[in-house]
Ligand binder design. Structure first.
Ligand code: ZN
Length: 236
């Protein structure tokens, strides 16, 4: 059974930090959602790949995700190779999403921006009938970019006011990452600080859309309007 929306990210917990409220909202509306993590988290300062797998499954349950899988691309070494593009294209053919959510194409972590380009090119390849892969060709109708990791003006925001608490809970499911501990204490914020940061970002984007909490996205295409009387977000 295909998914309606597939979110692709470099690391387990990236989706939870950038577009999990949107995924949950779509699932609550009856759509099938999926998450493809490119790596398994073996390079993380905290916890092992096994810890991450367990935590990712718990987060997926909280987010009512229908399908989740992690590929075996090395953590910290996400490269846009032919082999990796085929791995992702295979999943796109299998899961046949109408909407593909990718990370924004610029960022601090090379895995994040590489995942963006890799995801786009795999989605293109997946539509080629002569590609040496099983399954019939498929391209997502729409690609949107989750831009929360990057200070960039979003094209639109999704109101996640009703999903915010569950979204936060899905992030906290990564106990090996976010529980206060000695390992990585120089780079990870304390647990109580995380709540403030996550909430501040959601509030900021919520304010831009005139709601309490929201998640930001960028689309490359122009917006199409049918009825100018129904355009949301107040101007003055
Ligand atoms: Zn990441």
């Amino acid at each position: 059974m295909p998914v309606d929306i597939l979110a692709l990210a470099a690391h387990r917990d990236d989706v939870e930090q950038t577009c999990a409220g949107t995924l949950l909202k779509m699932a609550e509306r009856g759509h099938r959602t999926g998450i493809l993590d490119l790596t398994q988290g073996e390079m993380g300062t905290r916890g092992s790949a096994e810890d991450r797998a367990r935590e990712a499954a718990e987060a997926a349950r909280i987010l009512k995700v229908s399908w989740r899988q992690a590929l075996d691309i090395p953590d910290g070494r996400v490269e846009n190779t032919w082999e990796n593009r085929l791995k992702v294209a295979r999943i796109i053919r299998e899961q046949r999403p109408r909407v593909l959510i990718l990370p924004y194409w610029e960022g601090r972590h090379p895995d994040h921006y590489t995942a963006s380009i890799l995801g786009y090119e795999a989605a293109f390849l997946s539509g080629l009938s002569k590609l040496p892969l099983q399954g019939s060709p498929h391209r997502p109708y729409k690609i949107i970019y989750a831009s929360l990791y990057r200070d960039v003006r979003p094209t639109f925001v999704v109101d996640i006011t009703d999903q915010f608490e569950a979204r936060f809970a899905s992030l906290m499911a990564y106990k090996s990452q976010f529980t206060d501990q000695q390992a990585g204490s120089g780079i990870f914020p304390a647990q109580k600080e995380i709540r403030t940061r996550v909430e501040s970002m959601a509030r900021f984007y919520g304010m831009m859309g005139g709601v309490t909490y929201a998640e930001p996205f960028v689309q490359k295409e122009i917006g199409l309007v049918d009825d100018v009387l129904a355009i949301p977000v107040k101007s003055i």
